[in-house]
Design a protein around this ligand. Structure first.
Ligand code: PEP
Ligand code: MG
Length: 588
């Protein structure tokens, strides 16, 4: 038996068989073939080339229709590489020498990379294009399309170096017991998805993939970030006790789910849920959310093979709006880019995608695609209480441009006779430092702010939210972050906006006490958190929470704030002592 420790990503505890997932095209090492198989091998290579070519042409047609000719041109470059005679003859020569097609093609590509390196330069974009083509050809040679984790025969615990948001979003949810990765951080999109799916997630266990094999038995504990490989009898018995203890804890909190989220002195907090798919509406209701505070619509794109049509999107949005009606639903427009890339959208290769073509920047660079989404959203607005939210705003021009597109979309809907809600609110995510600084200017343009702490922390503290090396610094209690939130709330309210927060909340309820004290009107979190948040909110008064945050301003580090403010909170709210103590590991 061996134990590995990582960071707790999503709560829950599970036991099962391991599946090691490596999304890169597997290279089985150089492989020789018998002389008599050479003709068949050449034929196999020719078929793979032809299938790849058809795939590239299909992708080209789709992108040309959706995004225009300019974007489709990249596929011409891919076909050019695919048909490169040097590459092809080198591959065929090696097959004639008795190498398998995979070995030959990989080596021929490597020779091209090497020759460019020897000339003293990289391949730049062409290097990325060649890698893409290489991957496509190799996956066809291996007779499989990159199917990710869509089809799994049995329930498994996934062990991976990394899992992309689209892998997670397309996972066969009924077969994934939980997952653990070497990379990533608490605010990685895949981890957030794991939380929504209600499965345990652990990340940041460096080197784990080299210690496990498919079929190994393991226990995964997303509460403590522990992974036990080949558990012995005693550990298995302990596992059953733990499952029971966690179930009891959850049942205990669930008692609060139907109470209003209101402080003892009557301040109402809108407590809403973050979702990634319309299927989560039921779970949201079950946990007592008063609406949806963040619907991450980009997952509609990430789980599809091609851009979802206006009608497909309309159905998804209608389902959520109707399912929650009359409660509000904040639909966030596509936050594609960064690590959330759909292959068919043909994103450029960016050296620093988090600072690149992401969120509203991508949307405004793809007007056709964006207007299709806006039309679908506004058509669906006739079925419920829509609030529209735009991600990654860093400049006033962006929200003005979006509002003008919304005007165009409404005019089109008037012409086609589609009903829509005239007075839906429009808001922005405050998740870049510049949005905080110009919050008073943004407030003039819109109805609400929702603070996205996941990215606000990333961009303010310069900590890549997916980078496990700097995760120990990724801390919402950081005094800089608390000050950013304070500033955004003040600017929003002075400008007549209501202000909420929709970044992932730390498990520690102390943070929620601080948020209430900061004057947040709305909090949106993973549905499973809601009962406990209600419990916390119902035990305090607004004035007490304000005093608590006041005390935080005198400390200079996240740890000082956590330690000292917690001590004060426990004194003020004895009813919350047990729950607050859970996060400091000692009893008072
Ligand atoms: C955020 O950045 O806090 C947020 C809620 O958006 P996302 O996690 O989808 O980037
Ligand atoms: Mg964000």
């Amino acid at each position: 038996m061996s134990r590995f420790h990582g960071r707790a990503g999503a709560p829950g505890i599970t036991q099962g068989t391991v599946l090691v997932y490596d999304p890169m095209v597997p290279t089985s090492g150089p492989r020789k073939i018998p002389h008599e198989e050479i003709p068949a091998e050449l034929e196999r290579f020719a078929v793979a080339l032809k299938t790849t070519d058809t795939g590239i042409q299909e992708a080209r047609g789709r992108i040309a229709d959706e995004l225009g000719e300019d974007h489709a041109k990249i596929f011409d470059a891919h076909r050019f590489i695919l048909n490169d005679q040097t590459l092809l003859s080198r591959t065929r020569d090696m097959i004639h020498e008795g190498w398998s097609s995979e070995t030959a093609y990989t080596e021929a590509c490597e020779e091209i990379y090497r020759s460019f390196a020897a000339l003293g330069g990289g391949l730049g974009d062409r290097g990325g294009d060649l890698r893409d083509v290489e991957r496509r050809v190799l996956s066809h040679l291996q007779g499989r399309r990159a199917s990710g984790l869509r089809h799994l025969p049995d329930p498994v615990i996934i062990v991976a170096r990394d899992i992309s948001p689209s892998d997670t979003a397309t996972m066969d949810r009924s077969k994934v017991l939980g997952f653990i990765t070497e990379r990533g951080g608490e605010a990685s999109h895949s981890v957030i998805l794991g939380r929504s799916m209600g499965i345990p997630v652990v990340m940041g266990v460096e080197g784990l993939v080299d210690h496990v094999q498919n079929g190994d038995e393991a226990i995964l504990d997303g509460h403590t970030g522990t992974f036990v490989l080949h558990p012995d009898e005693k550990t298995l018995v302990g596992f059953e006790d733990l499952v029971k203890a966690y179930d009891d804890l959850e049942r205990d909190s669930l008692r609060y789910k139907d109470f209003p989220a209101e402080t003892r002195d009557g301040r109402q907090i809108e407590l809403l849920a973050n979702i990634e798919s319309p299927n989560e509406v039921t779970a949201t209701r079950k946990h007592g959310a008063a609406g949806i505070g963040l619907y991450r619509t980009e997952y509609l794109y990430l789980t599809a093979e091609e851009a979802p049509s206006e009608d497909e999107q309309f159905e998804a949005y209608r389902m959520v709006l109707e399912g929650m009606n009359p409660d509000p639903v904040i639909i966030r427009t596509m936050d594609l880019g960064g690590d959330k890339v759909a292959s068919y959208l043909n994103f450029p290769r960016e050296d620093n995608p988090s600072l690149g073509w992401r969120g509203v920047r991508f949307a405004l660079g793809n007007i056709g695609l964006f207007k299709t989404q806006l039309r679908a959203i506004y058509r669906a607005s006739a079925y419920g209480n829509l609030r529209l939210m735009v991600p990654m705003i860093s400049q006033v021009e962006e929200i003005r441009r979006v509002k003008s597109l919304i005007g165009e979309v409404k005019a089109e809907l008037n012409n086609t006779g589609h009903p829509y809600a005239e007075d839906s609110q429009i808001g922005v995510m405050v998740e870049t430092p510049s949005a905080v600084v110009i919050a008073h200017m943004l407030a003039r343009e819109i109805d609400f702010f929702s603070i996205g702490t996941n990215d606000l922390i990333q961009y303010s503290l310069a900590i890549d939210r997916d980078n496990s090396y700097v995760q120990h610094m990724y801390d919402p209690f950081n005094p800089a972050i608390l000050r950013q939130i304070k500033r955004a709330v003040k600017a929003g309210k002075n400008g007549g906006c209501w202000v909420g927060i929709c970044g992932e909340l730390p498990e520690d309820p102390l943070f929620v006490l601080l948020l209430i004290g900061l004057g947040l009107d709305e909090i949106s979190a993973s549905a499973y958190r809601i009962p406990e948040l209600k419990r916390v909110i119902r035990n305090i008064t607004y004035d007490q929470a304000k005093n608590l945050i006041k005390s935080a301003w005198s400390y200079s580090t996240a740890d000082e704030i956590r330690r000292n403010v917690r001590r004060l909170a426990i004194r003020k709210f004895p009813e919350l002592k047990e729950i607050l103590n859970r996060y400091q590991g000692v009893q008072d």
